[in-house]
Design a protein around this ligand. Structure first.
Ligand SMILES: Nc1ncnc2c1ncn2[C@@H]1O[C@H](COP(=O)(O)OP(=O)(O)OP(=O)(O)O)[C@@H](O)[C@H]1O
Ligand SMILES: [Mg+2]
Length: 418
């Protein structure tokens, strides 16, 4: 078979060449694999470096090995700076948490949870922290991988939501209490009218009565008057008769109400009312009631210790957040603040001050702030309180301003300013 014999050298040559080709292919494949691995590693490190969460890698001796950019931005330390800090757990506001994470990692478990972290410039930031053990191919632990997610915004949103829920619940509570109180006050007022009418007759006939009876009648009458006053307050809170809205600049009204509140006290009054206050739509009688109630409360809280001062200010402002009370509002508003440097409202009392009948005073009706709240709400405004034990209390009222006030406003403003 000469032709076959003739093809053998070609076959060998082809095999040999094929072998060379085979090894070159292997070589190329290995190189491509290497290149691919290098590229993957580069991408992993770029991804870690560009991640928006703060990422840090450390060893088991507590040394930092690597920080990404977000870590630098959150904490402010370079790796070298962090390694130079002698204390352990310096990234955590609470050292107990740092110890807990350390113990968990030592025991071979990852850790995750929400905590406060501490930055180089001493700020504390709420963060979700995840600490994982880095293991090599054989599963042996080689390092710690820490991821910190800044949850400031989420916390703020949660707080705003909780406040909003609390506000809605309070509004509902006040509404149902108001309806009940209004009903009782109305009937009560009628009964008191009968009592007062009859005691007045008795007073006139006191000469015909036994000597002691006159004194007793006077006592009944004065108690009935007080009850009448209470029932009137109650009605004004409950019904909060619909405000008779007028466009007016409330500066002069605020000033008069504040002066009236301090007149029989040793409290100094500092008035700071912007001269260009925008007009608002308000019922002057109800608004006077609001400012008076707040100022009287402040004066009563301050007592007559020396150095007591009531600061009442009003300014224009663009919009208000409305997170704590009321709907957010973009337009111009007038902000009135009533600040005292009295004893402050204890934290456990603070949530209750708006409730009708809640009072810490022997002779208080506890209807002042409930009425204030109802009036401001009917005006489409907002009222908030901040208080610090020993330092004082500040009430802030926001009323939407009338942007294009027109003739009505200028007339009312002129009248108000005169
Ligand atoms: N500026 C303030 N400083 C400290 N505590 C205050 C202040 N304003 C209000 N309070 C607290 O809030 C409670 C409720 O106030 P509110 O005006 O509703 O009722 P009151 O003043 O007790 O009674 P009334 O208004 O009928 O005289 C007060 O009893 C007081 O404990
Ligand atoms: Mg009061």
């Amino acid at each position: 078979m000469p032709p076959l014999v003739a093809t053998i050298p070609w076959l060998i040559a082809a095999l040999l060449m094929g072998g060379w080709g085979w090894s070159a292919w292997h070589h190329r494949r290995a190189r491509r694999k290497l290149e691919h691995t290098a590229l993957t590693l580069a991408r992993i490190s770029q991804a870690v470096e560009s991640a928006s969460d703060a990422i840090g890698i450390g060893d088991f001796e507590g040394n930092s090995v690597y920080h990404n950019r977000a870590h630098m931005q959150l904490f402010g330390y370079t790796v070298e700076e962090l390694n130079a800090v002698p204390e352990v757990g310096v990234l955590f506001a609470d050292l107990k948490v740092a110890a807990e994470i350390h113990a968990s990692i030592r025991a071979g478990n990852s850790w995750h949870g929400e905590t406060e972290v501490r930055t180089k410039d001493g700020r504390t930031v709420p963060a979700f922290v995840r600490a994982d053990i880095i293991r090599d191919e054989s599963g042996a632990p080689v390092g710690i991988f820490g991821v910190f997610t800044d949850i400031t915004e989420r916390r703020a949103a949660e707080k705003a939501l909780a406040e909003e829920r609390e506000r809605a619940a309070r509004a509902q509570r006040l509404e149902s209490l108001g309806m009940l109180a209004g009903g009782v006050a109305h009937d009560f007022g009628n009964l008191l009218t009968i009592i007062l009418g009859n005691t007045a007759i008795l007073r006139m006939k006191s000469a015909e009565l036994p000597p002691d009876a006159g004194k007793r009648t006077a006592a009944i009458e004065s108690a009935a008057w007080r009850a009448q006053e209470l029932s009137k307050n109650l009605l004004s809170f409950a019904r909060g008769s619909a405000p008779q809205l007028r466009t007016l600049v409330i500066g002069p009204l605020v000033a008069e109400a504040a002066k009236g509140a301090v007149v029989h006290s040793n409290v100094a009054l500092n008035l700071d009312l912007a001269p260009d206050l925008l007009p608002v739509k308000a019922d002057p009688v109800q608004m006077d009631q609001v400012i008076s109630n707040l100022c009287v409360n402040a004066v009563q809280a301050m007592g007559d210790a020396p150095g007591r001062a009531l600061e009442v200010s009003a300014i224009n402002q663009q919009g208000w957040g409305g997170a704590a009370s009321g709907t957010p509002f973009d337009g111009p508003v007038v902000r009135v603040t009533i600040r005292d440097n009295g004893p402050g409202i204890p934290a456990e009392v603070l949530p209750r001050i708006w409730e009708p009948f809640f009072t810490t005073k022997e002779k208080g009706t506890g209807l002042g702030l409930a009425t204030v709240y109802a009036v401001i709400k009917k005006h489409g405004g907002s009222i908030t309180v901040e208080s610090e034990a020993g330092r004082g209390t500040v009430f802030t009222i926001i009323l939407p301003a009338v942007a294009n006030a027109g003739a009505d406003a200028s007339a009312a403003a002129d009248q108000g300013a005169s």
